[in-house]
Write a protein that binds this ligand. Structure first.
Ligand code: HEC
Length: 193
């Protein structure tokens, strides 16, 4: 018993040391304390791995979203999606309208897709790791009345499709029903603002 504990403790220490040397080491008490250079360093370190991972199983969004319009100047932390750095991409159909960050009076065109990549920050594990790719797709008018024709989806960092309960996502996004459920990136990082 004692021996096992010692080995476990040793493993933790070793993992900590390894993390400290690599570019994903994360020790901040709160993700909201992160400064821009640190955020950019995490993204730089993980961005290739993320795009490869989301596309690993050929997901139709996960394998192409990096070619779309980026909507923020850099990833940023927003409370509701957890301790995560977030960066959203908009496909051709969505980009014109989305990038206006309009407050009212529009419905996104059918075929719009927004893909939001995430980096999970865990001070417990001492590391930043790729998180899910969150996806919203606007369906044809009337196709999904419960969600204002949005389909919510997700892809894991290994490319596998997530099981997403529509109401889980929509019950929060409905807070922005005056702008077709869109939450938008934090104001300070919106492109062109
Ligand atoms: C508790 C609230 C909450 C829940 C639950 C939630 N979101 Fe979000 N979502 C947000 C916020 C806040 C943003 C904007 C954050 C940012 O990008 O800085 C956002 C942004 C997005 C975006 C970018 C488009 C936009 O709204 O600007 C997508 C795509 C998205 N969420 C998908 C999902 C999916 C899929 C789920 C369910 C698996 C989900 N969200 C669950 C709050 C939520």
């Amino acid at each position: 018993m004692k021996l096992r504990l010692t080995i476990a403790a040793l493993a933790t220490v070793t993992a900590g040391a390894a993390a400290a040397q690599d570019c994903t080491a994360y020790t901040a008490e709160s993700s909201f304390d992160l400064e821009e250079p640190e955020i950019l360093a995490f993204y730089d370190c993980l961005k290739d791995q993320m795009a490869e991972g989301y596309g690993a199983e050929g997901d139709p969004v996960g394998s192409v979203y990096r070619d779309w319009a980026v909507t923020s100047t850099r990833p940023a932390v927003a409370g509701p999606h957890g301790e995560r750095l977030l960066q959203t991409f908009a496909n051709d159909i969505a980009a014109d309208q989305y990038l206006q960050f309009a407050e009212e009076g529009f419905v996104m065109p059918a075929g719009s897709v927004l893909a939001k990549e995430s980096i999970t920050l865990s001070s417990q594990r001492g590391a930043a790791r790729p998180g899910p790719l969150f996806i919203m797709t606007k369906l044809d008018p009337g196709a999904a009345p419960d969600t204002n024709d949005w389909l919510y989806a997700g892809v894991q960092p290994n490319g596998k499709v997530m099981n997403v309960q529509q109401s889980f996502c929509h019950d929060c996004h409905i807070a922005w029903d005056y702008r077709d459920m869109l939450a938008y990136p934090l104001e300070e990082v919106r492109i062109g603002q």
